[in-house]
Structures are given as structure tokens and as C-alpha cells.
Design a protein around this ligand. Structure first.
Ligand code: FES
Length: 75
């Protein structure tokens, strides 16, 4: 079976959403969460995906992008 070749280039993944902000972070308030705050990755680079592990910081520095996690906050 042939191996699939994956080419990863350092480029922004966000073409035009909130580009005037240093980092795009959105929050959703929910009433039933086991933890007070849970961050979900939206940069697709987390080693703990779907949870954010802070890898977006390195990606943003390397590419000039401004992606950040989705934060779920317990109310
Ligand atoms: Fe992907 Fe934080 S690691 S948004």
C-alpha cells in the first residue's frame, strides 16, 4: 500500500476573520461542565487535540496568524 505524503507549509490558516486582533478567542457559556474552563483547539496543531495545549502561540509567531482556542466556561 503506497504511503500518503503530507506536505505541511508554514502559512496562516485564518484568511480574514478578525485579522485586526492579535488572537481570535471566542467563548461559549454552558451550565454543565466538569471543569470551570475548557479550551478547544482551532489551530489544528495541538498535541492534545481537540483540547488546546498552547501550540497556537508557536503557529501565530511563525506565520503572523492570529488563531486561538474556543473557551467553554462553566457558569
Ligand atoms: Fe490550537 Fe491552542 S493549540 S488553539
Amino acid at each position: 500500500r503506497p504511503r500518503r505524503m503530507v506536505v505541511v507549509r508554514a502559512e496562516a490558516i485564518n484568511p480574514d476573520i478578525k485579522k485586526d486582533e492579535a488572537k481570535v478567542v471566542d467563548s461559549v457559556v454552558v451550565t454543565e461542565l466538569s471543569k470551570p474552563l475548557t479550551a478547544y483547539c482551532r489551530c489544528w496543531r495541538s498535541g492534545t487535540f481537540p483540547l488546546c495545549d498552547g501550540s497556537h502561540v508557536k503557529h501565530n509567531k511563525a506565520t503572523g496568524d492570529n488563531v486561538g482556542p474556543l473557551l467553554l466556561k462553566k457558569q
